[in-house]
Design a protein around this ligand. Sequence first.
Ligand code: SF4
Length: 614
Amino acid sequence: MSVWDKLQAILPYVEKPARYIGNEINSVAKAQEEVQLRFALAFPDVYEIGFSYMGFQILYEIINSIPWAQAERVFAPWPDMEAKLREHKIPLYGLETKTGLNAFDIIGFTLQYELGYTNLLNMLDLAGLSPHARERTGFPLIIAGGPGALNPEPLADFIDAFVLGEGEEIVTEIAETVAEAKKQGWGKDKTLKLLAAIPGIYVPKFYAPAYDAQGSYIGIKPLGSFPAPKKRIVRDFASYPLPQKLVVPLVQPVHDRVSIEICRGCARGCRFCQAGMLYRPVRERPMAQLAEQGRMLLQNTGSSEISLSSLSSADYSKIEELVQTLMASGDTSVSLPSLRVDSYSVELAKLTRAVRKTGLTLAPEAGSQRLRNVINKNVREEDIFSAARAAFENGWDSLKLYFMLGLPTETDEDIEDIVNMVRGLEQLYREINGNNRRLKMTVAVSTFVPKAHTPFQWAAFLGRKDVERRQRLLLDKLRLPKFKVQTMDWKESKLEALLARGDRKTGRAIFLAWQKGCRFDAWTEHFRPQLWAESFAQAGVDVAVALGEIPLTAALPWDHIDIGVSKDYLIKESGRAKGAAGTPDCTLDRCSDCGVCAAFAVTPLKRKGKSVCD
Ligand code: SF4
């Protein structure tokens, strides 16, 4: 009985069966006799979350453009489907050909957020594979990439090889190496040694961490001669065109629109932002390429909405021209998912048609100017109010504001300033519109989590008492029907903080938590903090120390991973944060010597305009 036959018997009994059947428009299933290499692209969360991740579609198209390779997709099955798969002994499978994952040559996970790590172990188990790399003697090789791979140590016991940085070039090199290994009959160890020689690949089994007598991490050493693990980037960004045939989902994804990446990297230098450091240097796609490929994508998918994605869309040099070109056909709407906080962005949003459906979203991140200076969010009070004025004068009644709570040096006064800002914006709306009856303001407050490779990587994660007291302060002072305050569960943020700065001991806790039944930790209804607490204790992780401030001199579990941004720069930025000193955006102003341009021999991008730091 084939996997598909077995599936037909169980799918009527699970929620959203369309998550598990594949066969979407633009999905690729090649004639199997032509396929020499099977490459599963695995996302450790459910279909509609993973589908919104653009990197997946890019790699899918690149791998499938190799005549002898087949890329398939696999997402984490929801617990009802997991139970059915286990009950009927069906291995987790690729959506395209329904082949069990254990028959693939490579399974490549993307690590977009830490709370998917137990799902990764669960997916390996459902595939009939041991979660531990040392217990898997042959193929498939388990690789992992994405931002999580740049602090790989928490998953070092489970992953055979990490891809550091951008995957467009390296994915073909991996496919060719593994295809050759299969042809030559090389074993796993020899293949991993060859992979470790490829720049941008880190094979954790060839590195041994060291701990002192107290059990504190003191560094890591290579067990042979391997190139230092360094991030790969695509220097000639435009030479990797956008995917032309996006797979059209069967279940509505969280971001249901065609998305094109207009630029990569961000030089604004927010000190809490990991993406801002990891994806440097800034590179832009040429306008003509975006206009042409955007048009083709809409044609190939039947969609009428296109999202211009980047870490800060309004910073793209020719953003206005691009929006106007894409909308010239008259039936396309454009959305800008990451707007700056200024009136220019609102003017830009006015040009689009999509944004009015959802309201305008701005991210001041902190309520007071002092704290915005500390985090290097170069936004002034007048920028926020002029953006809101432009929005309200142009008919927006709905505004969503993002803030972070628990930032380094934060006090209750900074929280009071969030309240003052929100009330001031309400007052502004009233002045413009005569009343505030239609106004809806959402204040979304996340909890700051210190992340690897950022100037705040040494900062403490704020304790529960303080976070919850400050959350209550906001909730109490903004308790009016027109304000909706959304806060994060501190316990979930705490787990994220532990995993984000973890080492191999943290990996033991992940394994224990998975064994105890933890899955879908990013989903509040499935999150089980008690099981995690037990797992960290059994793994010997001192949670209080792990969440506390780290001395600048301490060895960090990700120090050996070179992302191009130097540790000296991060230390300097951490010092400037303490003095609330700003650092300008280097695409508009002087270079602040983060090191990345020299590390990758790239010419820094310069944009016209004036930095708001001036
Ligand atoms: S090296 Fe200078 S110009 Fe290049 S990204 Fe860093 S700060 Fe910007």
